[in-house]
Design a protein around this ligand. Sequence first.
Ligand code: ATP
Length: 433
Amino acid sequence: MPPEDVMEKVVNLCKRRGFIFPSAEIYGGFRSTYDYGPLGVLMLRNVKGQWWRSMVQLRDDVVGIDAAILSSPRIWEASGHLATFTDPLVDCRRCKERWRADEIGDTCPNCGSHDLTEARAFNLMFKTFVGPVEDDASAAYLRPETAQGMFVNFLNVLQTSRKRPPFGIAQIGKSFRNEITPGNFVFRTREFEQMELEFFVPPDEGPKWLDYWCTERLNWYRDLGIAEDKLRLRAHSPEELSHYSKGTYDVEFAFPWGWGELEGIANRTDYDLNAHSVQSGQRLEYFDQGSGERYVPHVIEPAAGATRAMMAFLLAAYDEDVVSGEKRTVLRLDQRLAPYQVAVLPLSRNESLRPLAREVLHLLQPHWMCDYDETQAIGRRYRRQDEIGTPWCVTVDFDSLEDRAVTIRERDSTEQVRVAVGALVDELGSRLS
Ligand code: ATP
């Protein structure tokens, strides 16, 4: 399938099946913002849940926080965002479109004119005002990254969690950037979700932990089902490196238009903690009571986008095949990411099937996210579940009323097996683990 087709099909499927809707659609949409529908919210929660599980739950050297989105200008002054978090903006004098200068060269992609303004620095942060007066003293910013929340809480976390380097602080949450050219569906939006870890290490251990996190993070995407040949790790060239970075790698995915960043993994050194120490007057450092040693930790930061990762998982999972001579669309999502793990489907709408079907549903609901659907022919309902990536369908038929057994059907192979209702939770549990 040509890559452009996959993109169009996935965007279409997202809208049609309730993963992602254009925001404010009844008003004609609103500037590249998107709303996550009934299936999208489930999948996005699963993406974030898997990140949290691997980064926090399964480790004893990482703790989480959830910092405020509305944030003090002093944070962004210290971090350098107020001065330098900019993109070069140019206007086309003929059609009035605006572009990122580094993306277009000397020709307007809209009308082909070469009559462009000089590039000027455009700050990407959303500014707002806290309280009733709109003056400089009440200015605040919507955070453009979650990372600074970890740096400004470094001492709070150190003092309350009894952790010592190497240790990390993790956070998932919304970030906002006034991108000049959002696009490619939810790849680049002005409101998006990030999943970031700041991992604080003794200064001489930075390079070692940078390698460690590159491997870990690449494996996370692989483990959740993205094929080897669609992922790569790319080192930033010296010209590309941020001024504070002593080494950055991007985890990239083969998007339909080419390689694109899923996640940046950077050695930010002691830049951020030092900057906030200077700005706040507080010493953001680690003091080892045993050895009497005092130092400012270096920081390794794996910074991923949750919404962008969800899009990559959808693109990687999209497939079309033929089952018993009939074409079908199937999302081969890892079961941990699929919106529903199980769909309970009575064979028909016949009233007599409903009590047992509802009983089976209630049996499974405490364990997995379940869909329940009794309208249309069973074949069409299987196709609907294949199309949204549900790994297992459980069918209640007329024999079930006699033998208290049901049919379970697997999404990828479409194989069916008969299982006693009493053994269903264990059976699905072993297949879904
Ligand atoms: P880009 O170069 O694509 O603008 P970036 O290098 O500025 O991204 P980071 O600041 O490293 O991105 O942010 C970490 C991650 O957050 C990115 O890898 C991406 O997954 C996600 N992200 C950043 N900006 C956006 C956006 N506008 N929309 C969706 N996700 C984003």
